[in-house]
Write a protein that binds this ligand. Structure first.
Ligand SMILES: Nc1nc2c(c(=O)[nH]1)N[C@H]1C(S)=C(S)[C@@H](COP(=O)(O)OP(=O)(O)OC[C@H]3O[C@@H](n4cnc5c(=O)[nH]c(N)nc54)[C@H](O)[C@@H]3O)O[C@H]1N2
Ligand SMILES: Nc1nc2c(c(=O)[nH]1)N[C@H]1C(S)=C(S)[C@@H](COP(=O)(O)OP(=O)(O)OC[C@H]3O[C@@H](n4cnc5c(=O)[nH]c(N)nc54)[C@H](O)[C@@H]3O)O[C@H]1N2
Ligand code: SF4
Ligand SMILES: [Mo]
Length: 758
């Protein structure tokens, strides 16, 4: 279908897509109060016109009749539309007494993925959590990238100091456990991955993919090799062994900044894992492990990249460390064409404060009550949420606040979470749907349509393959009476901070918000003269909360105008005036300035990994299970929450089980049959059924199932998604199975039993 011809009244606005980490620039045709076309913005300095099919579905999202436009309150056991006044009154009446009775930890948070894609949520959720002073903070990070962040915290001193491939100058890119053609990249903001690979090929470069499935990314690659799920640590150890054994370990310039003895300590550990010893466990022949190591060492501009496939594993944190170790020892860290640290214009902890040294990152300042899991970056594993609600005693969770989170589908053993939610004394959700999780809430407070919100990415410029600054103003004014999410979170923060009248319509939110900003400034600029702080506040003026915080971050950031002290520097006004954004150039070497470790060095083999060799030995001794399940992403889907959008929901069924033809035949399964997958061990008794697709793109002994499905639960209101609900992969997984260092759930390489359904 071609877009309607714009009429004379049409205007074009540019906008950053808020759906995934690629952060593509969009060009919207707007007629009156309608968006009539969505295209890639060819003038975008970063994405140059690239988009994927999900961008077009933003219109479906804006128009979705199931998207909440007013609060919902449970009355007579049923969620019903309510006014903001009523919803706020219910919260003000029920939440504070629970905290008075049960203490601060009686309120838990479940914080989901879209927070990192929304300016207002991202900024104000931090304020909310700080005000609540609860230790029970659970986020999607422990279903995802926490191992990567923890490794970065230990090695470089900052959770978002992640070296990303400098793909535009790279000649050999090795991708392990990531599928950027489907996911559009993760912990690596790289719009148009395909086009950038094409350019790399044009320079004679090579792409190598290691994955238990021959993926869409593998289809672009010069080579694809299977790796056994969960075997990545062993493959990486075998490669490191080769580097040391063959005298190929040459850290280059980064070597100057390695902590004393770190390289020797790593070599000591690696000695026990020669390629022959680990080949069966990782499924990669010894000679191929050696060849990969040699090629990375011999190619001047090369990068090894890994993502969720190696993260959501028992050795997730170790894997991230080992990947960086390979990049360091082959001379590719902080080098053009290797892996480099972006320098973001705003909010980057590694681009502010004193350069080259810092407090570093430590974990375990406190522990969860039931499993005694250590806190990591101030949170507990999502896998602990259910037990903290179920288990009686001091500190028991009795109230839950979810913000853009759907753990009933996104977390392992979501059925247990759903049951636990039903026992809470109070549950509040800030969300845009009545879905599998929020159907349990007593109150749901909705956000605006993304077209009604300004946009700036807080995190992704810190992970981008090129430096840039881009801002999108709201396309439409919000409907009368609707509240932006930052205001909702700010009021909740005020309530939890002790202002009993914070949810009262008469509450002076601007005054409260200004006071918070002044407090922040005092903390950040400790030592600065009060007059200077007053001048900063005056210069920031009366902008709405998120814009004011963004302006402050841009102006005090590495490219900022420093409030007039640096002519031509960035301000929010300058960034928003630049259609298509401002290009800040290719990535540049940042060692040692980027480091924030107490030693001012790269802690390549931190002491916190001391227990890993013993764990590795135990894992190597364990038998390889005959069948394991892994995850999958599809470009027309996004985690659990975009299955209600008609543009994306149509087409072939996506919630299917891919299996090697020999495995399928062995079970008597043919294309079109339904397979029953049963959980084992602690997941025994849980099963899902879904259509099987025999395919030689799968490694034998591995079945691939996408997550985020299972939209057939009573009480959810997702009319389109319910028509083809799919099955919930997470029903097969065990919430206690985690990487002990980061608390991240094991979502990949989990043993299952398969049989023909029926
Ligand atoms: N279209 C779309 N895009 C998305 C999302 C989405 O749901 N849909 N989700 C977004 C989010 S939240 C994230 S975090 C990112 C994730 O981005 P990616 O990390 O690129 O995610 P996947 O596409 O799941 O790719 C993971 C790959 O790891 C492989 N794999 C599974 N187990 C193992 C293993 O044990 N070892 C190895 N080496 N490989 C393994 C899988 O076969 C798969 O190809 O994507 C984001 N983008
Ligand atoms: N087995 C398995 N499980 C996985 C994964 C996997 O690969 N395999 N991937 C994991 C990963 S990487 C992630 S990030 C997590 C995601 O886990 P979650 O963050 O729990 O799940 P999402 O599906 O992203 O759900 C987003 C929620 O935000 C709501 N929402 C959407 N837009 C807005 C908005 O603008 N405002 C508000 N307030 N709410 C909004 C949606 O309605 C939905 O409730 O899932 C994880 N789960
Ligand atoms: S890849 Fe698609 S969903 Fe992701 S930012 Fe670009 S257009 Fe949006
Ligand atoms: Mo994610």
């Amino acid at each position: 279908m071609s877009p309607p011809t714009p009429n004379a009244a049409a205007r074009t606005v540019t906008r950053i897509c808020p759906l995934c980490e690629a952060c593509c620039g969009l060009s919207l045709t707007v007629e009156g109060d309608q968006v009539t076309a969505i295209r890639g913005d060819a003038g975008d300095v970063f994405s140059h016109g690239y988009i994927c099919p999900k961008a077009v579905a933003l219109k479906d999202l804006h128009d979705d009749p199931d998207r909440l436009r007013q609060p919902m309150v449970r009355r007579d056991g049923r969620l019903q539309p309510a006014s903001w006044e009523e919803a706020f009154a219910v919260i003000a009446e029920r939440l504070p007494p629970l905290l008075q009775a049960g203490g601060r930890d009686a309120l838990a948070f479940a914080l989901g993925n879209p927070i990192v894609h929304r300016l207002g949520l991202g900024l104000y959720v931090q304020r909310l959590v700080r005000a609540a002073r609860s230790k029970n903070v659970f986020t999607a990070s422990t279903l995802d990238q926490m191992p990567r962040q923890l490794a970065s915290g230990w090695l470089y001193g900052g959770g978002l100091s992640v070296p990303v491939p400098d793909i535009d100058r790279c000649d050999l890119l090795v991708v392990l456990g990531a599928n950027p053609v489907a996911s559009n990249g993760s912990m690596w903001t790289v719009p148009d991955f395909r086009g950038r690979v094409r350019a790399m090929h044009g320079r004679g470069g090579r792409l190598v993919v290691l994955d238990p499935r021959r993926t869409e990314t593998a289809a672009l690659a010069d080579e694809h090799h299977f790796v056994r799920p969960g075997g990545d640590a062993f493959l990486l150890l075998g490669m490191l062994h080769t580097l040391f054994d063959e005298g190929l370990a040459h850290p280059g310039r980064a070597g100057e900044w390695l902590a004393d003895g770190a390289q020797a300590a790593l070599a000591d550990v690696v000695r026990a894992f020669p390629p022959e010893r680990v080949a069966a466990r990782c499924g990669v022949p010894a000679e191929l492990q050696r060849a990969l190591a040699r090629r990375l060492a011999a190619t001047p501009r090369a990068a090894l990249y890994t993502r969720i496939g190696s993260c959501t594993q028992p050795f997730g944190t170790l894997n991230a460390v080992l990947v960086d170790a390979i990049n360091v020892l082959t001379g590719h860290l902080d080098e053009p064409g290797g892996v480099m640290f972006p320098k973001a214009a705003a909010f980057a902890a590694n681009a502010t404060g004193r350069p080259g040294v810092g407090r570093g990152v430590s974990t375990g300042r406190h522990h969860s009550r039931v499993a005694r899991a250590p806190e990591v970056f101030g949170e507990f594993p999502m896998g602990c949420l259910a037990e903290e609600i179920e288990t009686a005693g001091p500190g028991q969770v009795r109230a839950l606040l979810t913000v853009a989170c759907n753990p009933v589908l996104s977390a392992p053993n979501g059925g247990r979470i759903a049951a636990a939610l039903g026992t809470l004394d109070f549950m509040l959700s800030v969300d845009i749907y009545v879905n599998e999780t929020t159907r349990h809430a007593d109150v749901i407070l909705p956000g605006l349509s993304s077209f009604e919100e300004p946009h700036f990415d807080l995190s992704f410029p810190q992970l981008s393959c090129r430096n840039h600054a881009r801002f999108s103003a709201a396309v439409f004014a919000p409907p009368a009476g609707a509240l932006p999410e930052w205001q909702v979170l700010a009021r909740l923060a005020a309530l939890l901070g002790g202002q009993a009248d914070a949810l009262n319509p008469a509450f002076d939110l601007p005054a409260y918000d200004a006071q918070c900003l002044a407090d922040d400034l005092r903390r950040l600029g400790a030592g600065a003269a009060p007059e200077a702080q007053a001048a900063v506040l005056a210069a920031l003026g009366e902008q709405p909360g998120p814009e004011r915080l963004l302006d402050l971050a841009l102006r005090t950031g590495p490219y900022g105008d420093h409030f007039g002290m640096r002519a031509g520097g960035l301000t929010l006004a300058r960034v928003s005036a630049a259609a298509g954004g401002i290009d800040l150039g290719p990535l540049e070497p940042r060692l040692p300035e980027v480091l924030r470790t107490p030693s001012g060095r790269i802690e390549l083999w931190p002491e916190t990994l001391a227990g890993e060799p013993a764990r590795l030995e135990a894992a190597l001794a364990a038998p390889v299970p005959p069948l394991v399940v892994i995850g999958r992403r599809d470009v027309r889907s996004n985690n659990s929450w975009m299955h209600n959008l008609p543009t994306l929901a149509k087409g072939p069924e996506r919630c299917t089980a891919l299996m090697h033809p020999a495995d399928a035949a062995h079970l008597g399964l043919a294309a079109g049959d339904r397979v029953r997958l049963e959980g084992l061990g602690p997941a025994q008794g849980r099963a899902i059924e879904l259509p099987v697709v025999p395919s030689d793109e799968m490694m034998p002994g591995v079945v691939s199932v996408p997550h985020g499905w299972g939209h057939d639960l009573p009480g959810a209101r997702l009319a389109v998604a319910a028509q083809r609900p799919g099955a919930n992969l997470n029903a097969l997984l065990d919430d206690a199975d985690r990487d002990p260092l980061s608390g991240t759930s094991v979502l990949s390489g989990v043993p299952v039993r398969a049989l023909k359904a029926g």
